[in-house]
Design a protein. Sequence first.
Length: 141
Amino acid sequence: MNYLGIDYGTKRMGLSVGDDVLRLAVPIEAVRVRAPGDAVRRIAEIVNFRRIHKIIVGYPLNMDDTVGVQAREVERFMDLLRREIGVPVEPVDERLSSETVGDLRRRSIKNRRGLRRKGAIDSAAAALILQDYFDGQSARQ
């Protein structure tokens, strides 16, 4: 089975891919968001091209386990993906990867022309989200 990891953002969405065999998430190109529908169309192209069976989306719960404004926005986006693309979409708590992503973003400030502009940080975050999913699956087996 092939998986697509998504780090949701309103300006850019980081993407990563992985499969059941290696269980290793790899960042790919980020998707620039002009409108949610445009992002969904581009994601649909990637899903078809890479033969994705399941989409894993970072779910930003609050630290007290409550659902905030940002998590509700991600829920709406996941519903849109389910309707438009037709593959299973599963949320993964992204709170644990937030510190790692924060470190990557702080380091990228020195290199604005490279990593940040190309969306590499966003896709690295998507890889962390997908890897958390894989690691969680392995722990349950």
